[in-house]
Design a protein around this ligand. Structure first.
Ligand code: ADP
Ligand code: MG
Length: 451
């Protein structure tokens, strides 16, 4: 059978293919061609040894299916594949070799592995996977081929720089002679768009660039403050350009320990903050309506998750224009893990540019300065989940959350005095090109997440 192989490795991929070490980490920056390399290795080992069997995995099976599996199937000309059992996650090749794919987050898959005999394994984005699982894989490398001989065994890994066991074992060479680390960078990959790197440099913070573009494993700080405290201090009672954007933001709670926060602002300027505890939702709705009428506000931004949903509905019934926020939903900007991360990042930029004014309120100030972010293994910016903040701060950062929503709401609001667009209805006052439409509730794409 004549198979035309269209794969031409980049020079760095070629080096990584060439190493004969048992455990190889092809690690470095985003877009360096790591996943493609991994899938090509899988193809090579499957084709070279008829009847071979290997496992390809990522931590989450959904991530695997959305990315690595697509790359894998692109690597194989269709005539090489005789079967793809999607429920068994098994790809069978013309020469009898098998590739099984898994998500390591599922315990039953891990148990299945314990009884498998493999010729190779591949872990994409290996920083997501524990060292324990890597060691389990190692112990499975003992397959005997149908011909009776043993193939050369390989464990193949890819990862962006991440502060984890990969750094110790591969990058710092603590794993021994069987281990090798081969760096990969986007600039080594001629198949990327010419301005790929330049575009990313423009929009990401410096330490992100070091890590995900320059592939540096040196400074992998985990916690970074989203809004540095000196930017917050500088915003206290700052005079900023007055905007005709009267807005209320509210973080809702009911009978719990958390506060019910109602903030009133004009554009990016926080003017008033009311705090209440243990009120019924209807009391909260009442307070919101009274306040919004007294101030003549254009928009009420509500944390719509959990009990907030009821408040949103009740406010809408009374004719208020509401922007319901589900912070755990997907972001429309690929830099961010979720909407919460995107909103906090927007707040950060507003503080950085000196466009924010806040009242001198110690608890709000402390909360704003206490939220950290880190990078997911795929390079997305992720603002920490609330439970992490709570653990460190000893309180729920409700006031800061409300203010971040207020800024986000102000972003979507037009200033009548400055905007010459014709305004037809109240809804027109609100642009909805961020997130989703006003008064539409939670979008289908919303994903459940303990943010
Ligand atoms: N040797 C190659 N030939 C053609 N395209 C390639 C090659 N290596 C990588 N690519 C392409 O470059 C892009 C980035 O590669 P990928 O393997 O996804 O990078 P990484 O996993 O390091 O982020 C993908 O679109 C991939 O198809
Ligand atoms: Mg990849």
């Amino acid at each position: 059978m004549d198979i035309i192989n269209t794969y031409e490795p980049t020079p760095t991929q070629k080096i990584a293919h060439g190493h004969a070490h048992r455990y190889k980490l092809f690690g470095g920056a985003m877009g360096g061609g790591k996943s493609r390399w991994l899938c090509e290795e899988a193809k090579e080992l499957s084709m070279q040894y008829p009847g071979n069997r290997g496992v390809l995995c990522r931590y989450h099976l959904t991530d695997f299916k959305n990315s690595t599996l697509k790359t894998l199937l692109e690597c194989f000309p269709p005539e090489l594949i005789v079967g793809h059992n999607q429920s068994e996650h098994l790809i069978t090749l013309v020469n009898g070799s098998e590739i099984i794919y898994l998500g390591m987050s599922e315990e039953e898959n891990v148990s299945k592995l314990k009884s498998m005999e493999l010729g190779w394994f591949g872990i994409d984005e290996a920083s997501e996977v524990s060292k324990g699982h890597f060691l389990l894989f190692q112990s499975r490398l003992r397959r005997r081929l149908p011909s009776g001989v043993f193939p050369s065994y390989y464990g193949l890994l890819t990862s962006n720089p991440e502060d984890c066991w990969l750094k110790d074992d591969f990058v710092l060479q603590g794993g021994g002679d069987d281990y090798i680390f081969i760096p990969s960078l986007p600039r080594d990959n001629p198949f990327l768009p010419e301005d790929y790197e330049a575009q990313l440099r423009k929009t990401y913070p410096e330490e992100w660039v070091k890590r995900f573009l320059e592939g540096s494993w040196d400074e992998l700080s985990r916690g970074n403050t989203v809004i540095p405290s000196d930017w917050i201090r500088a915003a206290i009672n700052r005079e900023i350009v007055k905007e005709d954007k009267k807005i209320i933001a509210s973080d809702i709670a009911r009978f719990g320990d958390d506060e019910i926060v109602i903030q009133y602002g004009e554009g990016n300027a926080l003017k008033e903050q009311d705090i209440a505890y243990k009120q019924s939702l209807m009391e909260t709705v009442g307070r919101l309506i009274v306040k919004s009428k007294a101030k003549n506000v254009k928009l009420i931004v509500i944390d719509d998750v959990g009990v907030g949903g009821g408040v949103t509905d009740a406010l809408k019934e009374q004719g208020a224009i509401v922007l319901p926020i589900n912070a755990g939903s997907r972001s429309d900007d690929e830099r961010f893990f979720n909407l919460k991360s995107q909103m906090w990042w927007y707040a950060r930029e507003q503080f950085e540019q000196g466009k924010v004014s806040i009242i001198n309120e110690p608890k709000l100030i402390r909360q704003l300065g206490s939220i950290n972010y880190h990078y997911r293994s795929n390079g997305k910016i992720m603002v920490e989940p609330k439970v992490e903040t709570k653990k460190r701060l000893g309180q729920s950062p409700d006031r800061a959350d409300a203010f971040v929503m207020l800024l986000w709401g102000a972003r979507s609001l037009q200033d009548e005095a400055r905007d010459y667009r014709r305004i037809v209805t109240m809804e027109d006052l609100v642009r909805d090109d961020y997130g989703w439409g006003i008064n539409q509730g939670i979008p289908e794409s919303a994903i459940p997440w303990e943010y």
